[in-house]
Design a protein. Structure first.
Lengths: 201, 201
């Protein structure tokens, strides 16, 4: 059933926008009406920005990050700590750590986590590429920053085992109470992990 | 602060997407990562669809609807009832009525409602154009389908007064219990309106 009476161009635009995460048919229709109202200021520049992104964005062959350069700006940055490599699942996680300014070394995007239920096996991730990179002499520590769930934890253990033979130090980010978190609202698993990992003040 | 480490093209794309209704910075970042993952299937076609929409979409000079034709497909459709004109606030309302298959006549997009608070005066809406259109001999009924709130109601009264001199019949869509609505969950105003407008079964 068509969304509108405005012809196939608009129908197609709504259908494609509704495939973005966070947008359904209703919000895609609202977005398209907004875009048409702001034709000069938003619709035309957005179409142009999408064409440019499609043309210039590459996946970094070294770390899996996305950038207009290959190797990416982070892999090329001379000022970054070349001894420490932070392993994340997805590019979005890398962006989050960069926004936090939390990591001054390099990254490696694994492409997901192992999952028996979803059928993700070691050969589906970039584990071989990670092992090769970890063998680079300057890298002394691999920090695993994967999701704090069962699949993330089992992937971390699998990677720690695989990395053991390279001789690098393997660490994982801490589990605990989030900054600003109130104990009363936290789940039992987080509270238990925070207690186990308690430290002297 | 940048959203990503992926360079200005991606930053710009996120900033523009986050200006769409229903998307904030976080969902715009997720949308951009999704678009980059689906470059061939979504990013490139979406950019192309936006360019095409920007090039071809016009506002109908007769009714204010948007379409690739001017006059729009609805104004040109010979099969539609030419005697009845349905007045809506926005193009999105016209789309909603068309999806419902609720109106077989023509439409007129007013461009909003009168509002003392938002400073919308009669000259800010397409009231003159509506009065001219309503004077066309074949139009015998103007149906007001504006929002069921104070501004919508006062605009309906203003339009009914203005249209009185053209001699057309002016009606407004019914207020009442929505289909599937449970009385217990409805507001007092809707319940009162539904009682006042009761009819024999």
């Amino acid at each position: 059933m068509p969304h509108t009476s405005a012809g196939p161009q608009i129908e197609q635009l709504i259908t494609m926008l509704s495939r973005l995460p966070g947008l359904g048919p209703r919000s895609a229709r609202r977005a398209v009406l907004h875009l048409i109202r702001k034709k000069e200021g938003l619709l035309i520049p957005l179409g142009r920005a999408m064409n440019e992104a499609a043309e210039h964005i590459r996946s970094c062959d070294t770390c899996g990050n996305i950038d207009v350069k290959n190797p990416c700006a982070i892999c090329q940055a001379p000022g970054r700590d070349q001894t420490s490599l932070c392993v994340v699942e997805q590019v979005g996680d890398l962006w989050a750590l960069e926004r936090a300014g939390a990591h001054r070394g390099r990254y490696f995007v694994l492409g997901g986590v192992l999952s028996a239920i979803d059928g993700v096996r070691p050969e589906d991730l970039f584990i071989d590429r990670l092992l090769t990179l970890a063998e680079t002499p300057q890298i002394t520590e691999v920090i695993l920053a994967l999701s704090a769930n069962v699949d993330g934890a089992s992937t971390s253990h699998f990677l720690a085992d695989s990395l053991a033979k390279t001789g690098v130090k393997v660490t994982t980010i801490a589990r605990g109470v989030p900054v600003g978190g109130e104990l009363d609202y936290l789940d039992d698993g987080t509270l238990a992990a925070a207690l186990v990992s308690r430290k002297a003040i």
